[in-house]
Each structure stands twice: as structure tokens, then as C-alpha cells.
Ligand binder design. Structure first.
Ligand SMILES: O=C(O)CCC(=O)C(=O)O
Ligand SMILES: [Fe+2]
Length: 370
């Protein structure tokens, strides 16, 4: 339970050795309950699932804490996540996802191309509509050859897709609004209590919890988030994103702690469509209809109901046996938010950031105390 740095009468002492490892709690088996005392509050951490490993703690946050976080997000200002912010610019060429390298795009490949490039989740009919409107598929074989594709202007594609999501916001991969809370940059008793409680139940160093990214999300009617992983697969050629780093980087988040800040009248569960599947086929993993939670939430084998104050916890990565730090991504953690049928949904994500370098992460943790 000891963090990297501990407070004592003569100040803060940080352990010098690198034997620190990322904690991965033992789930034992589904339904297992571990009791943790936080002051006089008794927290019950239940194992919800083993593959992926997911824990649930009801009433982790008090009613007041939920309202406090919501109010903080409102004060910061929520921004719509439905922009094409990460998407390609008007004039950029489409980055073709020719998965089977046959020199043309079938409907599935076009679907992925649009998802990755524009964060828009289209179905077969939508793609065929697009082909006919933009006169893309000149020979009508539902395949887009390089030649056919070279005839379209990226700007037209952009304009077309922009209109599709303006008319149908539910076609966004994510339909919500969000705000970031810089909870490591302010002195705030409520945040500190939550950080300490989170460190306690996860048995993670408080410094890593404090340095986490915290995002508050609000979903209205039809709001949803199609299935995704919260972290990127390991890639030795691309560094983990760090603050101020403008180079191409990948998102590295060892674990996710998700708080529900309100009760949703109907819908809005968190769904894990690949939970408990035997294995995940690499290519199919990102093509499966199961990922389309806006439509297919009921098919997901693990669904967690949104309840005010509840926390769920999972590990986006395994622990590398040798280094004790970030291991491979756990693809079974693929998850998202089911559409809101009635009411609204507020959550807060605590994304515990780690990088490929344990030394750099420990240095960051130490820096918090100086
Ligand atoms: O809304 C949910 O339940 C899941 C949200 C989520 O996966 C995310 O914000 O990354
Ligand atoms: Fe997520």
C-alpha cells in the first residue's frame, strides 16, 4: 500500500529503489467482495468480471461529492465532443484502410476509414447513400477502387460527412460533451479526499492518482460512446503523450476509474461487448457490429448500470512481468456508453497515466513533492 513517496514528521520521503510495480488487484472470482475501510466509511469492492477484470464499488462517492464534481465541470465549461476535432482537415487525403491490401476499399474498409478519420460511425446503408450522392462508385460494384477514389475531392467528402452528422448527431462515435478537471493543479479538500480514497482502494501511489487525467462527461438523450479502448497498444516507435509534447504520440493509460455522478432514468449503461469472449480476432475486433453500442448495446455480455456514486475500475494494460510497469493492452477492456433513452448521464473518468518509462513516471511523481 506504500506509495512512492510517504509523508512523515520530517517531511516527505521518496523511496529510491525502482522495485515499485504497478498494482493489479486480484479479482479472485466474480462476485468476490473485498471490504475497505475509509475512515468510518465501509467500501465494498466487488469483482464484476474477470475477462476483462472489472471491479465495482457502490457509493464510492457521496451525493455531495458527485454534485461537487458536476458543478466544477459546469464552471469550467463543457465542450461538445461531437466536433470533428481530431478528424482530418478538409483538404487532406483520405488515409485508406485497405486492410486486405487488394488495392480497393470494400464497405467494411470504407467504414473503418471514416471512423478513424472522422469519428463517424456509418452503417452499410449510410455508406451506399454516400456512394450514390457523391457518385463515388461509378461502376456500382460497392467496391471503391483507387481510381474511383482518386476522382473524389477530400473537401466534398468532408462537406458530405459534416452534413450527415449535423442531421444525425447519433452517428458520431461519441455524442456527449465534456470538461477536463485539473485536479492536480488546485488545492481542494474534496479532490484530495477523493484522490486518497481512490489510491486506497486501488492500492496505487497517490501521486499517480493525482497526476491522472480527469474528464467529466455529460450525455443527453441519444448520447452514447461506441466501444473503444481507453489506451493505445504498445508501440516502441511512438512515444506516450505527455503534456506539452506536440509530436505524434499515443495515449497511455494504465487504468480507468469511472465514477457515475447521477442516476440515469433509462439507458446509459457502460457496456463491454467483448467481455468473456474466448478470443478476439485482430482484424474483426475493430469491425464488429458489437462495437456499435448506439444500436447493439443489448448484445454486450457485460453491462454496468449507471448509479450515482458508483465507481467501476479496470486495467487497460496488463503489467509487464519484468519491468513491473505498462504491459500489453487488454483488448477485452473494449467498452463504451450505451445510448441514453431517458434523462441524462454524468460521469467522471479518472485515467491513470503511465508511460513506457518507469523512471520518467517515478521522477514525475517525485516532482509533485518538490
Ligand atoms: O459513458 C460510459 O459509460 C463510458 C465512457 C467512456 O468509455 C469514456 O469516456 O472513455
Ligand atoms: Fe472509455
Amino acid at each position: 500500500e506504500e506509495g512512492v513517496c510517504t509523508k512523515s514528521d520530517d517531511g516527505v520521503k521518496c523511496s529510491e529503489d525502482n522495485s515499485v510495480r504497478l498494482t493489479r488487484l486480484n479479482g479472485e472470482l466474480v462476485g468476490n467482495v473485498q471490504t475497505i475501510m475509509d475512515g468510518d466509511r465501509k467500501l465494498e469492492m466487488k469483482t464484476l468480471n474477470m475477462k476483462p477484470l472489472v471491479f465495482e464499488i457502490e457509493n464510492f462517492l457521496t451525493e455531495e461529492e458527485c454534485d461537487y464534481i458536476k458543478a466544477a465541470a459546469v464552471k469550467t465549461g463543457l465542450e461538445s465532443s461531437q466536433t470533428m476535432a481530431h478528424s482530418m482537415s478538409k483538404n487532406q487525403n483520405v488515409d485508406l484502410m485497405d486492410l486486405n491490401h487488394d488495392g480497393e476499399l470494400d464497405i467494411k474498409e470504407m467504414k473503418i476509414t471514416i471512423e478513424n478519420g472522422y469519428d463517424i460511425f456509418l452503417e452499410k446503408e449510410d455508406i451506399l447513400d454516400m456512394y450514390s450522392t457523391l457518385e463515388l462508385d461509378t461502376n456500382g460494384d460497392t467496391h471503391i477502387s483507387r481510381e474511383e477514389l482518386s476522382k473524389i475531392k477530400p473537401k466534398d467528402l468532408f462537406t458530405y460527412l459534416h452534413k450527415v452528422v449535423a442531421d444525425h448527431p447519433e452517428k458520431h462515435s461519441r455524442y456527449s460533451s465534456q470538461a477536463w478537471l485539473d485536479w492536480d493543479k488546485v488545492e481542494d479538500e474534496v479532490y484530495e479526499r477523493i484522490q486518497e480514497r481512490t489510491a486506497k482502494v486501488t492500492q496505487m501511489p497517490i501521486e499517480l492518482i493525482r497526476l491522472s487525467d480527469v474528464q467529466v462527461v455529460r450525455y443527453g438523450i441519444d448520447g452514447h460512446y461506441n466501444a473503444h479502448t481507453d489506451s493505445s497498444p504498445l508501440d516502441e516507435h511512438v512515444p506516450c503523450c505527455m503534456e506539452g509534447n506536440r509530436r505524434k504520440c499515443r495515449i497511455c493509460r494504465y487504468m480507468t476509474i469511472l465514477f457515475y455522478l447521477n442516476d440515469v432514468t433509462e439507458g446509459g449503461e457502460t457496456a463491454f461487448p467483448y467481455a468473456n469472449m474466448e478470443d478476439i480476432n485482430e482484424t474483426d475486433a475493430h469491425l464488429s457490429e458489437k462495437l456499435h453500442l448506439f444500436k447493439n448495446c443489448e448484445q454486450a455480455s457485460l453491462r454496468v448500470a449507471a448509479r450515482r456514486g458508483k465507481a467501476i475500475i479496470w486495467y487497460n494494460h496488463f503489467v509487464n512481468e519484468e519491468t513491473g510497469w505498462m504491459g500489453e493492452v487488454d483488448e477485452f477492456t473494449m467498452h463504451g456508453g450505451c445510448p441514453i433513452k431517458q434523462g441524462e448521464k454524468w460521469i467522471a473518468n479518472i485515467w491513470v497515466k503511465t508511460t513506457d518509462s518507469k523512471e520518467a513516471d517515478i521522477a514525475n511523481m517525485r516532482a509533485l513533492h518538490s
